[in-house]
Design a protein around this ligand. Structure first.
Ligand SMILES: *[C@@H]1O[C@H](CO)[C@@H](O)[C@H](O)[C@H]1NC(C)=O
Ligand SMILES: *[C@@H]1O[C@H](CO)[C@@H](O)[C@H](O)[C@H]1NC(C)=O
Ligand SMILES: *[C@@H]1O[C@H](CO)[C@@H](O)[C@H](O)[C@H]1NC(C)=O
Ligand SMILES: *[C@@H]1O[C@H](CO)[C@@H](O)[C@H](O)[C@H]1NC(C)=O
Ligand SMILES: *[C@@H]1O[C@H](CO)[C@@H](O)[C@H](O)[C@H]1NC(C)=O
Ligand SMILES: *[C@@H]1O[C@H](CO)[C@@H](O)[C@H](O)[C@H]1NC(C)=O
Ligand SMILES: *[C@@H]1O[C@H](CO)[C@@H](O)[C@H](O)[C@H]1NC(C)=O
Length: 312
């Protein structure tokens, strides 16, 4: 009987201090909050030091609480790096406690790109490599990547964090370029600014993020141009076709110009004859015709009528 009461009491106590900490990775936990009031959190130094005389520091400053575990108060977004020490101040362990505002709009730490996504991913072919990138809110200068993982079919995809901490370079070594891709890749990214944690996800198939590189244009005669699939594109061409959009815009306009006097055509050929007589800019870009998802960036060639310059 006594035992049952004790169990119930213990459960009730745990509920009262009900600030469930979410494990993010070893030594890093997140307090998930729906408002910015204050919360009590129980911090452990480690099983083997239970009941010992343990001293604590919060962000390097000594705390008055001693023991193991201790209860700390977290107010607003004020998490911290809590280190626990022996009486002689030797470091034993630490817990980085982050605050994850779960019902707040995202975007405090990262900002959305033009496609309204926080994470943008592209692959330049079907060899299983892809890149993902994100943009930091420029005022968040205490930024850090806490944790990331990419998983397909419950196997991890190998990703490395770029040195500017704004992107990942990934290789899915199990990816087979010749077979139908049926399972998507799940990317999870945890970032923080000081102690504020933000969680982002992106789910995609490689075929939906393939963006061919720029093609290189050769002028073979006046008003006749030729180009080749990007060197980085997957071969053979019979299996990985490319289609092209050709655009002829008035001279001194960019390839994305949409005004009048624009000649446009979509083609599977790799050559084109321009009919316009005035000076113009010849533009071409590539896309996978089987998915029709992402266009590559434009390549262009300026054609003046007396002399010409070439830019790729
Ligand atoms: C150190 O603290 C973490 C909690 O942040 C705990 O999970 C871990 O077991 C501790 N390590 C040791 C060696 O006690
Ligand atoms: C937290 O403190 C530990 C121990 O001093 C240190 O290794 C770790 O880098 C610190 N983490 C952060 C984010 O300050
Ligand atoms: C990924 O980005 C790196 C660095 O910018 C670049 O060298 C690499 O070619 C890119 N890979 C893909 C598949 O886009
Ligand atoms: C993951 O990729 C990195 C960089 O390309 C490489 O050094 C490392 O060996 C790879 N790891 C595995 C498990 O394949
Ligand atoms: C991938 O993410 C989606 C949506 O976030 C989820 O529904 C799905 O279960 C995840 N798949 C795996 C294998 O984790
Ligand atoms: C587009 O190109 C094809 C051949 O590649 C040609 O038959 C067609 O007439 C062109 N259309 C226009 C509007 O120029
Ligand atoms: C180009 O080829 C694709 C298939 O490879 C086909 O679906 C499409 O109709 C072709 N387009 C043109 C303009 O010939």
């Amino acid at each position: 009987m006594n035992k049952i009461v004790f169990v119930i009491l213990q459960a009730a106590l745990q509920m009262a201090g009900s600030t469930s900490l979410r494990f993010i990775k070893p030594n890093v936990v997140a307090l998930e909050v729906s408002d910015l009031s204050s919360f009590e959190v129980l911090l452990h130094c480690g099983e083997q030091y239970k009941g010992e005389e343990i001293y604590w520091k919060r962000n390097g400053e000594s705390m008055s609480e001693t023991g193991n575990p201790i209860t700390v108060i977290v107010e607003g977004l004020h998490g911290g790096n809590f280190t626990c020490h022996r009486p002689n101040r030797d470091l034993l362990n630490y817990t980085l406690l982050l605050v994850h505002p779960v019902e707040f709009p995202k975007g405090g730490v990262l900002i959305q790109s033009s496609d309204r996504e926080f994470i943008s991913c592209t692959a330049r072919n079907y060899n299983g490599q892809f890149n993902c990138s994100w943009k930091w809110h420029q005022e968040r200068i205490q930024r850090a990547v806490v944790y990331f993982t990419a998983i397909r079919n419950s196997s991890p995809v190998n990703c490395t964090l770029d040195s500017d901490i704004s992107g990942l370079t990934c290789t899915d070594k199990d990816y087979c370029r010749y077979s139908e891709e049926s399972r998507s890749i799940n990317l999870t990214l945890f970032v923080r600014n000081l102690h504020r944690l933000e969680e982002h996800h992106r789910t995609f198939l490689i075929r939906d993020i393939v963006k061919p590189d720029k093609v290189s244009i050769t002028k073979i005669q006046d008003d006749v141009f030729e180009w080749h699939p990007p060197e980085t594109w997957s071969f053979p061409c019979s299996f990985f076709p490319l289609s092209y959009e050709v655009k002829v815009v008035p001279n001194n306009h960019r390839c994305d110009y949409t005004g009048s006097r624009v000649e446009k055509n979509e083609t599977n050929e790799t050559h084109y004859k321009v009919k316009i007589k005035k000076a113009y800019t010849f533009c071409v870009r590539a896309q996978d015709p089987l998915t029709k998802k992402v266009w590559g960036d434009w390549s262009h060639h300026h054609q003046t009528k007396h002399r010409h310059t070439s830019e790729k």
